[in-house]
Design a protein around this ligand. Structure first.
Ligand code: SF4
Length: 253
């Protein structure tokens, strides 16, 4: 007679992608993240306090020693990480140690130093154009308004806002980079996915004194935990107040 095997134990399978997408669909049915927020002000306050306790005093992670160098670093940071920008700027600023030297530098030479930040043809043109305009129209002193700032080559609202707040402590807008765009949506702080509309909505709903730090906090949190593809909800300190956590939790365990 053949020996009968004991019944096999059922193994708990990890969630498959179809199960994950079903979870996402179920969550979707209960509304977008911003639709799940009942009291916007108190929700925003909770997020801000948590982020403040995590990051405290914050400043731009970009390397610079002169005001115009910060502007150049921010131009370079478009479609590029701050880490990468910090890898190229020390050599660039050493090779061109003054505003005049960078204004007069051949484009090819600027490109040589910034090549690895991507879009280097356009960025080199913007840097040279910015240096010339700052030198000849503003005698080397950065202006203090968003309107003037956004006239520099390579300056969008984001660049202008970062430079104004960092150099003069002037906050005229809410900086929306790729991390801020993603996190404001996931955290239910906005219903939009377009940076200009996000900026407008936050400026209408969040007091001005919080704009600068909130933006930097979201950038840091996006880099450390709330990644675009693999947000680490299981280890996220905002998990209890984040309206998107269930969508991503099964992925991050
Ligand atoms: S809980 Fe997840 S989705 Fe929400 S902020 Fe944290 S990492 Fe991002």
């Amino acid at each position: 007679m053949q020996e009968s095997h004991p019944p096999r134990k059922k193994l708990n399978k990890p969630p498959t992608s179809s199960i994950r997408s079903q979870v996402a669909k179920d969550i979707k049915k209960s509304g977008e993240p911003w639709e799940r927020i009942q009291d916007y002000t108190s929700h925003t306050k909770k997020i801000y306090s948590k982020l403040e306790s995590m990051f405290g005093e914050v400043e731009t992670p970009l390397y610079y020693t002169k005001d115009y160098e910060l502007s150049i670093a921010v131009i370079l940071s478009a479609q590029c990480t701050d880490e990468r920008v910090n890898q190229v700027t020390p050599a660039l600023f050493e090779a061109f140690p003054s505003l005049e030297s960078i204004a007069n530098a051949p484009l090819k030479e600027i490109e040589h130093y910034i090549f690895s930040t991507g879009f280097y043809h356009n960025k080199a043109k913007s840097i040279k154009g910015f240096a010339n305009m700052l030198l000849h129209e503003y005698k080397g002193v950065l202006p203090k308004t968003l309107d003037e700032m956004t006239k520099f080559p390579g300056f969008g609202r984001k660049t202008a806002n970062v430079v104004l707040s960092e150099v003069y402590g002037i906050v005229e807008g809410f900086v929306v980079d790729t991390h801020v765009k993603r996190l404001t949506y996931r955290l239910g702080l906005t219903q939009y996915k377009d940076p200009i509309r996000i900026e407008k909505e936050i400026m209408e709903k969040v007091p001005k004194k919080f704009w600068n730090n909130l933006s930097l906090y979201l950038i840091f949190h996006g880099r450390q935990t709330c990644d675009s593809r693999k947000p680490n909800c299981a280890r996220c300190e905002l998990v209890n107040i984040c309206p998107s956590k269930n969508v991503y939790l099964s992925d991050s365990k």
